[in-house]
Design a protein around this ligand. Structure first.
Ligand code: FA5
Length: 346
């Protein structure tokens, strides 16, 4: 095709391009225009037959046409892309007018049920139910809890730090709420309970999850409080949670920078038919969390007037829920297997 013919036919080619309804059609047109034996190559060959002084103008004209057709192809390609996306969205859209099948209503997750039950119980016993931020500063998560920078205990919490926001992290425990409640209620007695999500860079296995739930209790007073009070409170917690008359607990010496003395809390249990049951008549011990008397440095960081007395405890809620319901794998709690979810939902 000569340049003249090409100029006369440009509208025809532009129409063909704008009417292409698939990428395949567009590719074929591209080959017809720009391919080795396409119309542009044929026109370019003409250059050998024209006078030298006309070559420049000839080349410019041809390049202009080439650019025009190139743009037309690009435009159509974008239009087709948008069209295909719109079609896909239209086909995948949920019809919200469809009637809901019977029994298809949602229910509360086992963890939500437990959180609500625990909060109601502690609220009725006069505890203040508090929430704390999941995105926290190093001050509330570590510093004020007697874990200054470079304290080795920080390494035991594999922390997710926020990129680009200096000194911010996903809280590694609910003990941040201890600090927040003491700073808010300075000089007053505190009975506080907090439950929420916590995060650690732990790999996922049957008993660990990078996101898990903790429950934190804190009691502070100007009147002396001792380990006897703590032990009694922990017994009440376990008896209530596992719905048993009596529980036997064991406090094992341990270390947390924010409590002194610190201890691990074990509960007596029995294994029956492969299922763990909390029982004072058991012959085994199961570890449920940490506890201790509030460290004087924590009172100091919260500017609480001394002498002050207090105890705190922190337990992993997911593990309590697993024990109570005979769930062997923490991953079940966070999977989206609807059969499993329906079984436990209420
Ligand atoms: C603490 O986090 C302390 N803040 C608890 C505390 C509070 C001590 C108040 C003293 C006073 P620890 O790191 O041991 O302690 O975690 C407490 C519980 O959280 C554990 O016993 C366990 O049940 C649960 N836990 C910890 N990491 C995970 C995880 N990756 N997945 C599931 N549960 C976890």
């Amino acid at each position: 095709m000569s340049l003249k013919e090409l100029e006369n036919n440009i509208e025809h080619w532009e129409n063909c391009i704008s009417q292409a309804t698939s990428f395949k059609e567009l590719d074929n047109l591209k080959a017809d225009i720009f391919g080795k034996s396409g119309i542009l190559s044929a026109a370019f060959k003409e250059i050998t037959n024209i006078a030298t002084e006309e070559k420049k103008a000839f080349g410019e004209k041809l390049n202009y046409i080439k650019q025009q057709l190139d743009n037309a192809i690009l435009n159509q390609k974008n239009k087709l892309k948008d069209y295909l996306i719109a079609e896909k969205l239209k086909n995948e859209a949920e019809d919200i007018n469809l009637p809901i099948p019977e029994n298809a209503f949602g229910g509360l997750h086992l963890i939500t049920q437990s959180i609500r039950r625990i909060k109601a119980h502690y609220s009725a016993r006069g505890f203040l139910i508090l929430d704390g931020p999941e995105i926290e500063t190093e001050f509330f998560n570590f510093d004020a809890l007697n874990m200054p920078k470079y304290h080795p205990a920080r390494q035991s919490h594999d922390t997710f730090y926020l990129e680009g926001v200096q000194g911010h992290l996903l809280r590694t425990h609910t003990s941040n709420v201890q600090i927040r409640s003491m700073m808010l209620d300075r000089g007053k007695s505190i009975r506080m309970l907090s439950i929420g999500k916590t995060y650690r860079n732990d790999s996922l296995d049957a008993t660990h999850s990078p996101m898990f739930h903790q429950m934190e209790g804190l009691v502070v007073d100007q009147k002396p409080i001792n380990i006897g009070h703590l032990s009694s409170e922990l017994k009440k917690l376990m008896a209530f949670f596992f719905e048993v008359e009596n529980v036997e607990i064991r406090l094992r010496p341990s270390f947390f920078p924010f409590t002194e003395p610190s201890m691990e809390v074990d509960c007596k249990c029995i294994i029956k038919d492969g299922k763990l049951i909390i029982s004072e008549h058991g012959n085994k011990w199961i570890e449920l969390g940490g506890a201790g008397m509030v460290h004087p440095n924590v009172f100091k960081a919260c500017k609480i007037e001394q002498p002050a007395y207090g105890f705190a405890f922190g337990v992993g809620l997911d593990r309590l829920v697993m024990l109570k319901n005979g769930i062997q794998d923490i991953r079940n709690l966070f999977d989206t297997d609807t059969r499993w979810l329906k079984y436990y939902a209420c």
